[in-house]
Design a protein around this ligand. Structure first.
Ligand code: ADP
Length: 953
């Protein structure tokens, strides 16, 4: 740094430190060489003009608008700086002086350092007179005989021109030259006066020669002089070295004697041209062991005393090194240019403030604009207005310039804006000074659009996820959840954040955690499909079985970019599955039981038939008949149960409701069940109320209910147990309970005994000959009546109690109770009944008549419709049992005829048929039948039949 006087005015104009910040332009060695050689030549031929030439060179090389050389001297005893030579806009100053104290040169020579001034007239008012005004002035001091005596300077009048370190370098070279020239001039000025005193003294001449030689020796390049014959008369040290010969071998010799023939010829030709054209500038080449040397050479004629050329002078500067350096620079520049030219991205270079100094051709391709329009700050016009602040921001002054990467929009050739990525890296000079940025601008519009499309498809996907009722999820490639649809988050009661940070592990069933985590890791590693069933705890506290499926989402390079899938709550499915499995299991068991049960009675029947055939009508026949009867009854009951359950499950049972007394029904059912109870030697305790329990009910079905319960009590109680039957009124309900001291029912089975085909102990059930249908029937029938049935048991061996509750009918004024109550037993009470049995199957008719007569009923038989009608009219039975399918008049016709005769009104008509479906019952009822019995008629049915109340009473 310059140690200038502490002068605020000076400080305000001294901007020397800025040189370090400014980017320096590339040196132009070729131009510089040419200029230096020209100067050297001028030095040799016309030393007086050297300074004029020098300021011209300074103006040109520094691209200045004025240039000059100022030299210190004494004028009338006052120290001044004289403008020894000036050129350019300030050429008019030449020869003038400025007081030393008022001149910026004083500061520069005292500081012995180059200095840069901005608007120096503010610090040096004397300069205000200089016109045009000075924007920047760069001054470099030079030293003669150890003393700084002057400056070489360049001036910019235009504020756009800024000097840089390259200008300092060039000017420093010229300053050395100026010092040399001044030294020579002052000495030759002394020489002139000496000659005046003793013109012819050879000593002076020698002295002059000596000085000339000394000067030549100090030239930065080669120098030599040849006579007109081409013999060397002078070579300086540099030339001696360059020609690789001692001076003694050179002097007096010509090029032919020294150099190879072609080289010599070339030199000679240049000498000839120099004489003819009074000077040439050219390149000469010399080959040495270390390679070819190139020199820039100036050759010029030197006039003798008569004015005609007497000698040929030559000066040369070896530019081999510089050429090589330039080549290297050129090469690397070319390489860079090739990259810049072919790059699809714009390559740019700026000064620190973003002032653009270079743009590659991609600029034109991308923006459709000339490169020139983008240079300087012109690029800003192509940036989207909304992005200007961002792009300019990266060039804001900063103490630590760093790399940047921004996305912004740049106008494209068609006027639309494209998204681009702009990157930049700071450039630094040799001494670490910040020079500006170099970087690229790449069009990423397509990628940006792709990104946008992706964002949109993600949005659509999410919308879908929200609209469906099961979990949709997405994970990043590392397996972190980035999205789970609301439906699923609601199920497990987690927020998206909790879920994303692996919160789902906390709601996963502990037994599933390890398996799930291991499989997930495996999927992430191998990219295989995610397919697992595990359990999540729902906000409802229950474990929900979840079917999870997922696939890796891949890009076109096959890399996994995400995972997507669903979480399906399969609780319902699982439940249905379980139910189906359970149903299926029960059905299988049932079929096995059924097969067994159907086969059981067949064996004794077949045996009995053998016995009959062998024994004829022996004493055992009665017992055999009983056996067959029992087994056939059993078979019929099984088949009836099956038919019944089939009808009941398909909803085909109709209740024939009428006002009935539950007590009556109970009595009848107890009678039906008595043989089974007594067969097992059980004690039966019946407790029935004295008052009637009137229901709107189907008596047959209610009897069926109680029979089933009684039958079970007898079956599931060890021989000689006790069974209680109890009926009573409880408010508006009638209850009927059947209790036993039997095997009991374990608590777990209690809720299930009413299910179809359920048997607590299959082996036991089997031994007792059931199919697991009875209780299901009971429950259905009771419920059809608007009632309910319950079971109580304290477990194995503790006995059971089944309780049926049925709604009582709304009471009537007078209940014709006593009249409807059947007699306790069939014989006797039924004796008053008169019955007509009609069937074209004589055996069937006769055997039924026989059975009824055995029970004391008065029975008549008819084998066809016509005689049936006759007998009804003659015999006036209370009840007529009519087979439906008969030749001639069938049962329907007989019935409708009877119904047409008013005086036969009281006859109860009972249809007797193999068809028990509801439509058959409907048909018979339409034909006028009161009841419908399905063959074969059971004793129990008959008992109920004879208990029927006559019509119209
Ligand atoms: P099953 O034909 O097997 O008797 P049910 O539907 O009548 O069919 O009865 C279902 C099951 O309930 C029976 O297999 C038996 O295990 C149990 N059960 C029914 N009644 C009783 C009872 N009184 N005591 C003990 N267990 C009974």
């Amino acid at each position: 740094m310059v140690t200038a006087p502490a002068d605020t005015a000076l400080e305000s104009v001294d901007i020397t430190p800025e040189l370090e910040q400014r980017p320096a332009r590339q040196p132009d060695h070729a131009a510089e060489n040419r200029a230096l050689v020209g100067l050297a030549e001028r030095m040799a031929t016309a030393p007086k003009d050297v300074l004029e030439k020098l300021v011209g060179v300074a103006l040109e090389l520094c691209r200045a608008q004025s240039a000059g050389v100022s030299v210190a001297e004494k004028l009338d005893g006052e120290a001044v700086f004289r403008w020894q030579a000036t050129t350019g806009a300030l050429a008019g100053l030449a020869g003038g002086t400025l007081r030393r104290a008022e001149s910026p040169c004083r500061v520069v020579v005292e500081g012995r350092q180059p200095m840069l001034f901005r608007s120096p007239e503010r610090g040096f008012p004397a300069l205000a007179a200089a016109q045009p005004g000075i924007a920047e002035a760069l001054l470099v001091p030079f030293v003669v005989a150890g003393e700084a005596v002057g400056t070489v300077w360049v001036v910019a009048h235009d504020s756009a021109r800024h000097f840089d370190r390259e200008d300092v370098r060039v000017l420093s070279n010229l300053a050395r030259f100026a010092a040399l020239a001044l030294q020579t001039l002052s000495q030759s000025g002394a020489e002139t006066s000496a000659r005046r005193q003793s013109e012819e003294t050879s000593a002076a001449l020698r002295e002059s020669e000596h000085r000339f030689t000394k000067f030549m020796q100090h030239l930065p390049g080669l120098a030599w002089i040849k006579d007109l014959e081409g013999r060397y008369v002078f070579v300086n040290d540099a030339a001696e070295k360059a020609f690789r010969r001692p001076r003694a071998e050179l002097l007096g010799r010509s090029d032919e004697e020294i150099f190879p023939a072609e080289v010599a010829a070339e030199f000679k030709e240049h000498d000839r041209r120099a004489l003819a054209e009074s000077g040439v500038q050219t390149i000469e080449t010399l080959e040495h062991e270390d390679g070819v040397h190139h020199s820039i050479v100036a050759k010029f004629p030197i006039s003798g005393a008569e004015g005609a050329p007497a000698l040929v002078g030559g000066v040369a500067i070896d530019i081999t090194e510089r050429l090589r350096a330039e080549e290297i620079v050129l090469e690397s520049e070319e390489r860079l240019r090739a990259i810049a030219d072919t790059s699809p991205a714009i390559i740019y270079m700026t000064e620190p403030n973003g002032y653009c100094t270079f743009l590659s051709p991609a600029w034109t391709e991308m923006t459709g604009q000339e490169v020139e329009r983008g240079l300087g700050f012109g690029w800003g016009a192509a940036v989207h207005p909304e992005d200007l602040e961002l792009t300019r921001g990266v060039f804001a002054p900063t103490p630590t310039p760093s790399r940047f990467r921004i996305e912004f929009r740049l106008a494209s050739a068609n006027g639309e804006h494209h998204w681009v990525i702009g990157t930049g890296a700071p450039r630094f000079g040799k001494s670490g000074e910040f020079l500006g940025y170099v970087g690229s601008v790449l069009d990423i519009d397509k990628e940006k659009l792709g990104e946008e499309a992706l964002r949109q498809s993600v949005q659509i996907y999410r919308a879908l996820g929200e609209s469906i009722d099961y979990g949709v999820w997405m994970c990043d490639p590392s397996g972190r959840n980035v999205y789970a649809s609301d439906a699923f988050l609601r199920l497990v009661g987690l927020s998206q954040e909790e879920y994303s940070s692996f919160g789902w592990a906390s709601v996963l069933h502990p037994d599933d955690v390890e398996r799930t985590a291991a499989f997930w890791r495996e999927c992430l590693r191998s990219g295989q499909q995610w397919d697992i069933e595990h359990r999540f705890r729902g906000v409802d506290g229950a474990w929900h079985p979840i079917l999870a499926r997922g696939v890796p989402v891949k890009n076109e390079r096959g890399e996994t970019t995400a995972w997507a899938g669903i979480n399906l709550d399969i609780s319902r499915l699982k439940q249905v599955e379980d139910e189906l499995r359970e149903g299926d299991r029960r059905k299988d068991e049932f079929l096995a039981t059924l097969a067994h049960e159907l086969r059981n009675p067949l064996a004794p029947i077949r045996n009995s038939l053998h016995v009959l055939r062998l024994a004829g009508s022996g004493p055992d026949t009665g017992r055999v008949h009983e056996m067959i009867d029992r087994q056939v009854n059993h078979l019929i009951r099984l088949v009836d149960d099956l038919l019944e359950v089939a009808r009941i499950t398909s909803g085909k049972i109709d209740l024939r409701r009428e006002r009935v007394d539950l007590v009556d029904v109970a009595r009848a059912a107890i009678e039906t069940g008595r043989p089974a109870i007594e067969g097992a030697r059980h004690r039966l305790e019946v407790s029935l109320p004295a008052e009637p329990l009137v229901l709107e009910a189907d008596a047959v079905r209610l009897a069926q209910v109680l029979s089933n319960l009684l039958n079970n009590a007898a079956k599931y109680t060890e021989a000689s147990g006790t069974i209680w039957v109890r009926a009573e009124r409880q408010g508006r309900w009638a209850t009927l309970s059947v209790r036993d001291t039997g095997v009991g029912i374990p608590p777990a089975m209690l809720p299930r005994v009413f299910d179809l085909f359920t048997q607590v102990d299959r082996t036991l059930g089997r031994s007792q000959g059931g199919l697991g249908i009875g209780l299901a029937l009971v429950k259905r029938l009771v419920e059809m009546h608007g009632g309910s049935v319950e079971v109580q048991s304290s477990g194995w061996g503790a006995g059971s109690e089944f309780t049926v509750r049925l709604p009582l009918a709304t009471p009537r004024a007078v209940e014709p109770v006593s009249e409807t109550r059947p007699d306790e037993s069939l014989p006797g009470s039924a004796a008053r009944r008169r019955l007509l049995v009609v069937d074209d199957n004589r055996d069937a008719a006769d055997s039924l008549a026989l059975l009824l007569r055995l029970h004391g009923v008065e029975v008549l038989v008819a084998y066809d419709g016509a005689s049936a009608l006759e007998k009804v009219r003659a015999f006036r039975p209370e009840i007529a049992l009519l087979d439906l399918g008969m030749p001639g008049l069938d049962g329907f016709q007989v019935a409708s005829r009877i119904r047409k005769e008013r005086d036969l009104d009281g006859v109860v008509l009972v249809a007797l048929t193999g068809w028990g479906q509801p439509e058959h019952r409907r048909q018979s009822s339409e034909a006028g039948f009161d009841h419908h019995l399905v063959k074969p008629v059971e004793l129990g049915d008959l008992r109920q039949l004879v208990a029927l109340r006559p019509r119209g009473r």
